[in-house]
Design a protein around this ligand. Structure first.
Ligand SMILES: Nc1ncnc2c1ncn2[C@@H]1O[C@H](COP(=O)(O)OP(=O)(O)OP(=O)(O)O)[C@@H](O)[C@H]1O
Ligand SMILES: [Mg+2]
Length: 238
């Protein structure tokens, strides 16, 4: 069952066509990896899915009952709040019940390894700590669909492994996850299917079973390095 469908999405910023007719859908319970070089249009696509930016063309269909959690590429939180206060603030924005939110906030701080820093102000958080907090914030309210824009980019090695484990656990609970990363081994570990985006277009897609021994890195270099060159390992879309 489809949880999300993007049809012919286009986004123009003045003369720049950030997304140029991108179509793809996501199945419920699927972990979808978005891969593409810098400036390919991944974040812009995510922002259109979330309604944070309006498409110039095309549309996004998403079930109105679907609760979405979002961890942005560059998390920004009010610098004078503590980690715990940030999660409390977002729980109020979501109108979560105060009594129920508190234990959830504690659990998320623990899950993201921030319990010891929960009373520290955000201005004193490191990049990785902010990334962890953004992930915790995305999990508030137990969303059905998680959209994670480069969730592992600022994390140390242990943090990355923990994050990938968490994503796997969320998948086993039936959550749908869309995430984008430049760390191809991370995508390879957890994505059921990966789509390649170049110049705002779908350049190819591959499912885990279709990879059969080929590394995602190899496929990525072929796809991105030679637009228009056939690659027998990926299913190409016009
Ligand atoms: N607000 C904006 N105004 C003008 N141009 C923008 C804006 N946001 C993105 N762009 C342009 O749109 C294109 C796609 O950017 P986007 O951030 O979607 O890429 P990305 O695939 O997420 O890249 P990265 O991997 O570096 O995060 C780029 O050329 C970028 O300069
Ligand atoms: Mg981006």
């Amino acid at each position: 069952m489809k949880i999300l469908e993007c049809r012919e999405l286009v986004k123009k910023y003045g003369g720049t066509e950030a997304v140029a007719g991108l179509s793809f859908s996501v199945e419920k319970g699927e972990v979808l990896g978005l891969l593409g070089p810098n400036g390919a249009g991944k974040t812009t696509t995510i922002k259109m899915i979330l309604g944070l930016t309006r498409p110039t063309g095309g549309d996004v269909t998403i079930d109105r009952e679907t609760r979405i959690g979002y961890s942005p590429e560059t998390p920004y939180f009010h610098p004078f709040l503590t980690g715990c206060e940030v999660l409390r603030f977002y729980s109020r924005l979501q109108r979560l019940d105060k009594e129920k939110a508190e234990p959830q906030i504690r659990r998320l701080l623990e899950l993201t390894g921030l319990s010891d820093a929960e009373d520290k102000r955000i201005k004193n958080y490191s990049k990785g700590m902010l990334q962890r907090l953004a992930f915790g914030q995305a999990l508030l309210g137990d969303p059905d669909l998680l959209i994670l824009d480069e969730p592992t980019s600022g994390l140390d090695a242990v943090g990355r492994i923990e994050m990938l484990q968490l994503v796997s656990e969320l998948k086993s609970k039936g959550k749908t996850i869309i995430f984008n990363s430049h760390i191809l081994s991370d995508v390879e570990k957890i994505a059921d299917r990966t789509i390649f985006i170049t110049n705002g277009r779908l350049a190819g897609q591959v499912s885990r079973s279709e990879l059969c021994g080929t590394s995602l890195e190899e496929l990525f270099v072929k796809t991105v390095g030679g637009a228009g060159h056939a690659c027998s390992d990926a299913q190409y879309i016009q």
